[in-house]
Design a protein around this ligand. Structure first.
Ligand code: AMP
Ligand code: ZN
Length: 493
């Protein structure tokens, strides 16, 4: 592994609350685990922000030469309504409301999640494990927790004994909570007929007869606890101790705090070396959440069909808007800021378009190497995308000045500037040229429409061999034609 370019990478470790030099356990390999969505509803823009924050980390780690194994799970069972230990599974509830099988709900919203990730150019992870695909590992972990004395079974459910754990190990360090304060503040009475302490949490739950999603276990038919899933899946693919665990700030407690306790109880040591948390997207200072009714979906964002939106915004405008704030700060949704981002992105992309046509001079009027060093330094400083974007606008100023003849750059510097701008904008920030993509789509549509007309003419002449051949050739190319009463439409297969 070569040294990260322009100095080491510093990231803020939520556990120690310090900015620390990132040193992977096994360079050049890096293990990164990010809590994925619970697939019971459409994702909203707040969720997108968290996945984008970790996309930026993934992209930057890869860019500076690490080989990242990026695991982002799908929670498809065990996350109960209200994030508590009693009641209905979020997915089962949605299945009842939509009158579908729970696994149809899982598939439907997993597909939707993937579509949204693609829309925002968020890269897919290396492994995307599902909780239902890892029951054996989870049952094994529950057994190890019982063996170590920190889990107890009552009536087919198994609970984690938090006070007992806290008597031996630190509990609450990640979220800065103290066990005595938690005990005085908790008014939680659910499950108290079975739990020894209100702080205890279910790692395995007995399924009531009406419960749809259940599996056999040594304790009878049941299902795993939400916190347990991530512990089992992260350590299975990344090893008993891995480099970075991420998620939204709201997952610090109880989800991640419980993950730490579970791993220590089951395997004797903490699972994670660096915890990283992305901050929330807010609306008028309040967290965007489905339950608050202040979250909108990407479709609403694009077509502008929502009371919070003055107009529609493109996915890249939103990506750029989010990257202009630091991942660890809250970001308040605002139409004015989005409109400024729209203009800023246009300026950035217009400068990129000028790069191939810039004419070289004999001297350098700007220091491109220094600009590059500053871009890299900003990213190495806890992924400081707002500072990096500020530097990119210095690049825009240089490009525009060279283009207007107010500044000269040698051919070598123009080359360096082109590489730098393309790497930072397209590869690291993951911004795409929307106008170019839209133009490509228009060209493709024009071509397919021409084939549709040729096919209609062949059909009119009763030359069905020719019309079928056109349809089949298009299908081979990934274009499906559909004949409707209104005419023929097409889609990508
Ligand atoms: P969920 O499916 O609700 O567990 O959320 C998936 C991810 O989105 C988690 O990492 C959450 O922390 C994150 N998330 C939820 N709401 C927001 C928000 N308003 N801003 C940023 N991230 C969020
Ligand atoms: Zn998780």
């Amino acid at each position: 592994m070569s040294e990260p370019i322009h100095g080491p990478l510093y990231i803020t470790n939520t556990l120690t609350r310090r900015k620390e030099e990132f040193v992977p356990l096994d360079p050049p390999r890096v293990g990164l685990y990010v809590c994925g969505p619970t697939v019971y509803s459409d994702v909203h823009l707040g969720n997108v922000r968290t996945f984008l924050s970790f996309d930026t980390l993934y992209r930057w780690l890869s860019f500076i030469g690490y080989k990242v194994r990026y695991v982002r799970n799908i929670t498809d069972v065990g996350h109960l309504v209200g994030d508590v230990d009693e009641g209905e599974d979020k997915i089962a509830k949605r299945a009842r409301l939509e009158q579908l099988e729970p696994m149809e709900i899982v598939q439907k919203y997993t597909n939707g999640f993937h579509d949204v990730m693609r829309l925002f150019n968020i890269l897919p992870p290396s492994i995307e494990p599902t909780a239902t695909g890892h029951l054996i590992e989870q049952i094994g972990m529950v057994e190890r927790i019982i063996q170590s004395g920190f889990g107890y079974e009552v009536n087919g459910s198994v609970y984690f004994d938090v006070p007992r754990f806290a008597g031996k190990y630190a509990y609450g360090e990640l979220s800065g909570r103290r066990i005595d304060e938690l005990l005085t503040n908790t008014r939680d009475t659910e499950g108290m007929d079975e739990k020894r302490s209100p702080l205890d949490f279910a790692i395995w739950k007995k399924a009531e007869p009406q419960h749809l999603m259940k599996w056999p276990s040594p304790w009878g038919e049941g299902f795993p606890g939400w916190h347990l899933e991530c512990s089992a899946m992260s350590t299975k693919y990344l090893g008993p101790t891995f480099d970075i665990h991420g998620g939204g700030m709201d997952l610090k407690f109880p989800h991640h705090e419980c993950e730490i306790a579970q791993s220590i109880a089951a395997d004797g040591h903490a699972p994670v070396r660096y915890w990283m948390h992305g901050n929330m997207l807010t609306v008028n200072g309040r967290k965007m959440a489905k339950s608050e009714g202040n979250g909108f979906t990407p479709e609403e964002l694009i077509n502008g069909n929502h009371k919070l939106l003055d107009k529609g915004y493109s996915p890249m405008t939103v990506r750029f808007f989010m990257l202009q704030s630091h991942y660890a700060s809250t970001l308040d949704f605002s139409n004015a800021a989005l409109q400024a981002s729209e203009k800023g992105l246009e300026r950035l992309m217009a400068a990129l378009d000028l790069l191939p046509g810039l004419k070289a001079g004999t001297a350098d009027g700007a220091d491109v190497a220094a600009l590059e060093a500053r871009c890299h330094a900003a990213m190495n400083d806890d992924l400081n995308t707002p500072v990096m974007i500020g530097e990119l606008f210095e690049g825009v100023r240089i490009i525009n000045s060279v283009n207007d003849g107010r500044l000269t750059l040698t051919a070598a510097s123009i080359d360096k500037l082109r590489t730098l701008m393309q790497q930072m904008v397209l590869e690291v920030l993951g911004l795409t040229h929307e106008r170019a993509a839209q133009a490509d789509d228009r060209t493709l549509d024009g071509l397919v429409q021409a084939f549709i007309r040729m096919r209609a003419e062949a059909k009119a002449k009763k030359d069905f061999a020719a019309s079928d051949a056109i349809r089949d050739r298009l299908l081979e190319l990934g274009i499906t034609l559909k004949d409707t009463k209104e005419g023929t439409t097409w889609s990508r297969s």
